[in-house]
Structures are given as C-alpha cells and as structure tokens.
Ligand binder design. Structure first.
Ligand SMILES: Nc1ncnc2c1ncn2[C@@H]1O[C@H](COP(=O)(O)OP(=O)(O)OP(=O)(O)O)[C@@H](O)[C@H]1O
Length: 287
C-alpha cells in the first residue's frame, strides 16, 4: 500500500508544462556550472561548484564524511534542485526536462536494496519499470552473471523463481547488494550512479564487478562514491570534495603525486591493510 501511495504522490519538484525528454546525443556528459546548494535553511554544502563529468567515463567522488558526495548524486537525479547555478546533461539544464525521462536515463545504486515480495527474477527485472517494462529473463541472467550471483541463485530452490520477502532475511547483505547492482544493470541506462554500492562485498567480488563495469560493451557515464579507495583507483578521474568545492581532480597517480588530501587518504588506506588497525583508520578517514 505504501508503494502505491508513493507512486501516486505528486512529485516535490514540478516539471515545466510540456517539458521535453532528455536527449543524450553526447553520451551523457554531466556539467556542474557554478552550483550552490543548501538543504532548506541549512548552511550551504556547495558554493559555486564547477565540475565536468565526461561522457562514457568513470568519475569517482571522494572526500571525508559529510562533504556532500551523496548530495552530488541527488542533484544529478534532481531529487533536490540547485539553489544557484545549473546542472547540464549533454548541454540541457536538467530542470527543463521531464523528471521521469531524466530518471529513466539514470541507474542508481546505494547500499540499501529494497526487496519486494516476489521472485528473484521480479526483484531484478523491476529495474526497468521506469522504462515501462520488466527486463527480460535473458537480461536478468546476464546481469546476475556480471555481479557473480548467477551460481548462487541456481542453488536456490526454484532458482530465479525463489521468492524474496522484505520481512525475512533470505539472502546475505552482500548478495542483496549484488542484486541491487544487477537491478541497475538491467536498466542499461546511459548514466550509472553508485553510492557505496559495493561496500558490503569482499574485495575479489568487488574487483570482479568493477572490472565488468569498466569493460562491458555498453558504454555509460559512471559516477562512483566509494569509501574504499582501492575500488576507485582505476577511475578515469577522481574528484576530491572539500568544504563545498572541488579541492583536487586527477587520476589516482596524479593525486598521489600531488601529496594533498587524496594522498593522505591513500596513505591511511595502506595502513588499514593491516587488520589490527583497520577500524581505527576507518574512523580517521571518516573524521
Ligand atoms: N535531506 C537532508 N536534509 C538536511 N541535511 C542533509 C540532508 N541530507 C544530507 N544532509 C547533510 O548534508 C551534508 C552532506 O551530506 P552527504 O550525505 O551528501 O555527505 P557525504 O559526503 O555523502 O557523507 P558520507 O561520506 O558520510 O556518506 C551533511 O552535513 C548531511 O548531514
């Protein structure tokens, strides 16, 4: 019932009358142009932020806790509107295009996978519902292979017909997180936003999924937030957010050589490889 209520609720942000769809001829480049943003009457999180996220590439966003990484993704999805400035996707101000179409072009995964009462197939195929359809069984199978979950599902009674229920814990946290990524992959959206989407996974599984995302034939613009820097060190560009602005931008090698905020975080990550001190270092990185 609450899902039905949410679907029927008027959106907080209204579309222009006859708002056009988003045209992605440029492949989905995202530009923050002098963006300022505050939640309500809170202190601003961004002030005159300028950032270019190139199409078809992977951009990682890092920064200590509370610097606005998740907010940056919320702004791209237009869950909230900029206070000043504009966000352009392939040159189009996202406030001027239909919200349903904008979100139809974006796949988003965070740490929480919402399960619906229904089969594993349904729970993954649901990823395309904003495009007015359920994903095909073949696409669902392909996505589960990409996230290293196919064999696990086959071991379940009824495999893809195995029923999930939000109130019983039928899968581990890592399996649910991989289901969440599979749900995003079936959407085959030109823009993929990952917010700590692989945080619950062990390193080999995470590496395999990241490799798939990097090398899959389906070109997409990927923006990724990850606390574990090893997840994002191969990104085409890494953006370090600090005090509402882009403090550093470059590849992993460039930023380590620069010796600034990222280099400090990277050094702490190395220490965290030693098991006994990892918790303390996590705490330090989170500040
Ligand atoms: N809906 C909201 N209303 C008011 N303030 C919010 C809201 N969401 C986030 N904030 C605040 O905005 C700031 C940035 O939050 P955000 O979640 O974007 O940071 P983050 O860099 O992703 O943090 P973390 O690494 O801890 O996830 C924080 O101070 C947070 O408390």
């Amino acid at each position: 019932m609450s899902a039905v209520k949410n679907v029927n609720r008027a959106p907080d942000l209204q579309d222009d009358v006859n708002a056009p769809p988003l045209h992605l001829e440029g492949g989905g480049s995202i530009e923050f142009h002098n963006v300022s943003f505050a939640y309500g009457d809170q202190l601003p999180i961004f002030h005159n932020l300028n950032l270019c996220i190139p199409a078809g590439r992977t951009t990682a966003i890092v920064g200590v806790s509370g610097q606005g990484k998740s907010t940056l993704l919320n702004l791209i999805m237009r869950m909230v509107d900029v206070t000043e400035g504009a966000i352009l996707i392939d040159g189009q101000d996202i406030r001027r295009v239909a919200q349903s179409h904008l979100r139809g072009q974006i796949a988003y995964v965070n740490q929480t996978f919402v399960t619906f009462p229904g089969s594993i197939y349904y729970n993954i195929a649901y990823g395309t519902v904003s495009q007015g359809k359920l994903a095909s069984k073949d696409d669902v199978i392909e996505a589960t292979k990409a996230v290293n979950l196919y064999d696990t599902i086959l071991k379940r009674k009824g495999d893809f017909e195995f029923r999930l229920n939000p109130y019983t814990r039928a899968m581990s946290g890592g399996e649910l997180q991989r289901l969440g990524i599979a749900r995003a992959l079936v959407k085959k959206a030109p823009i993929l936003l990952l917010d700590e989407a692989t945080a619950a996974l062990d390193s080999p599984t995470e590496t395999r999924i990241m490799d798939h995302l990097r090398h899959s034939a389906h070109a997409r613009t990927t923006v990724i937030i990850a606390h574990r820097l090893s997840t994002i060190m191969d990104a085409d560009q890494i953006v370090v957010l600090d005090h509402g602005r882009v403090a550093e931008l470059g590849t992993h090698a460039e930023l380590v050589a620069k010796g600034g905020i990222y280099a400090t975080m990277w050094t702490k990550t190395h220490i965290s490889d030693k098991p006994n001190v990892s918790a303390k270092v996590d705490e330090a990185i989170k500040l």
